[in-house]
Design a protein around this ligand. Structure first.
Ligand SMILES: Cc1cc2nc3c(=O)[nH]c(=O)nc-3n(C[C@H](O)[C@H](O)[C@H](O)COP(=O)(O)O)c2cc1C
Length: 444
């Protein structure tokens, strides 16, 4: 019997995901806008036979607290993700290419074109991470002072997703016949223009590009709220899990997949990818020592700012070496619920503010260990039904990614837990997802 195998995606930021990665010896100044650097990273992911590389996004630079932000590499200097993925499509052959695009800030028509184009250019390797966004800086770049409330954002996201997928179906798969002899470019009956008058969008038209090779680019999602999980159960094909303990991950997995039959979906058509940060060493202690060196490079103001941002409250008036009073936890999360819950949990466990700053992982499991130890944890999570795979983050690039590719991937392959080579060409092939039939086709 063949073993169930892991799906592996990785969230990439230029220097790595550790807040002090840009200060390490290997960091190349200017990497965030250096396409050669990103090509090298993408090719490393492909050498490791990863399912996909993923780029997160928030369409905003921070414009306040610049003295603090100036000590961090985040948010201020980033290539536009779909543009970057399009360049990476030309530098890779099999690797899936996924990015975030917000339903709060795009028009569906623009977004449908962009991802359809990326899917064509990459030969069927595109994935769209559907987010409603959680950031008022971004809202201010798009005509508002604040984001709309959570339920309104999700109502808009649901309609947005509906019209984007309908636009991708606005041409049948074989609409463009390119018949030189007969002088027919496309079959007129194969266009199905939308006639959509919704609460948020009015669209009367068809996309001006052929149906994507994958039918629809793969739909990814990461919402942890009720509305987020419900939308994922209805529409998502891969979800980034945020549980930090295996039992919570098993519960999340069962919860999400259990919601799918109500929407007529097969639970196997949604892959839950657990978040994990990987630091490979000769031993766990050696790996942790490397990590601690990076931690020591985080400026204390940056540590406090990360907490303030995600608990949505300013704690900078409190002493660093005392527990945070519970009444400083806001009554509810407006933005990233999972991050908020992680910090609130640490406050309730009476950790000091300094400990919270140092231990806060943004809902990520950090695995320190030898290649075999890391493979053991990944295997356990897969076999106990905590995930279908992993959304990995590497703290410092390229070295921690290269360590994983060179040392952990072969162990996973030897155990039959990960592919030796790609067996297909599209992101759907890699993830084992069906290609959606066009809703207008006879076969559909
Ligand atoms: C791995 C991962 C990547 C994410 N990437 C983004 C991103 O690029 N942009 C964004 O606005 N939110 C991102 N998020 C946040 C979620 O997609 C979601 O917007 C947030 O959790 C709020 O939704 P919720 O209230 O349903 O939890 C990410 C979350 C995870 C776990």
């Amino acid at each position: 019997m063949t073993r169930k195998q892991l799906a592996i995606g990785t969230l990439i930021d230029a220097y790595g995901l550790h807040p002090a990665s840009w200060r390490t010896e290997e960091a190349v100044p200017g990497a965030p806008t250096d396409i050669t650097h990103f090509k090298r990273i993408a090719q490393l992911c492909e050498t490791g036979k990863f399912d996909f590389l993923f780029l997160a996004d928030t369409p905003a630079a921070r414009t306040s607290d610049l003295e603090i932000w100036a000590r961090s590499p985040m948010y201020m200097n980033q290539l536009e993700p779909i543009t970057l993925l399009t360049a990476l499509a030309g530098a890779t052959e099999k690797l899936g290419l996924a990015a975030t695009a917000s339903t709060s800030f795009y028009e569906p028509y623009n977004l449908a074109r962009l991802f359809a184009s990326l899917d064509h250019i990459s030969g069927g390797r595109a994935g769209w991470n559907v987010v409603t966004s959680a950031n008022d800086y971004a809202a201010r770049n798009f005509g508002a002072d604040r984001l709309p409330p959570h339920d309104r954002r999700y109502a808009k996201a649901a309609e947005f997703h509906g019209v984007v997928t309908a636009l991708w179906d606005s041409w049948e798969d074989d609409a463009f016949v390119y018949d030189k002899e007969g002088g027919l470019n496309f079959r007129p009956g194969a266009q199905h223009a939308l006639d959509h008058d919704g609460e948020f969008f009015r669209i009367h038209g068809a996309l001006n590009i052929a149906r994507p090779p994958q039918g629809h680019p793969v739909i990814l999602q990461a919402g942890a709220s009720e509305a987020g999980k419900e939308m994922a159960a209805r529409t998502a094909e891969a979800v980034f899990g945020v549980a930090t303990e295996i039992d919570a991950a098993i519960a999340f997995y069962g919860d999400l997949k259990g919601r799918m039959p109500a929407y007529g979906r097969d639970p196997d058509h949604l892959k839950v990818l657990a978040g994990a940060t990987i630091v490979v060493g000769d031993s766990a202690a050696e790996a942790r020592a490397r990590f601690d060196r990076w931690q020591s490079l985080i400026h204390p103001d940056v540590g406090l700012m990360r907490i303030r941002q995600d608990i949505e409250a300013d704690l900078s008036d409190l002493p660093l070496d005392e527990p945070v009073p519970e009444d400083r936890i806001p009554s509810e999360a407006r933005h990233h619920r999972a991050y908020f819950d992680e910090i609130a949990g640490m406050i309730r466990r009476s950790l000091t503010l300094r400990q919270i700053c140092q231990q806060y992982t943004r809902s990520k499991v950090t695995l320190f260990g030898s290649p075999a130890e890391i493979a053991d944890v990944m295997q356990e999570w897969l076999e106990r039904g905590a995930c279908d795979g992993f959304m990995l983050t590497f703290p410092v690039l390229p070295s921690t990614l290269a360590d994983f590719v060179d040392r952990v991937v072969p162990v996973l392959q030897a155990r039959g837990l990960f592919r030796e080579d790609y067996s297909g060409t599209t992101l759907r092939d890699h993830l084992g997802l069906p290609r959606p039939a066009n809703r207008h086709s006879m076969a559909g």
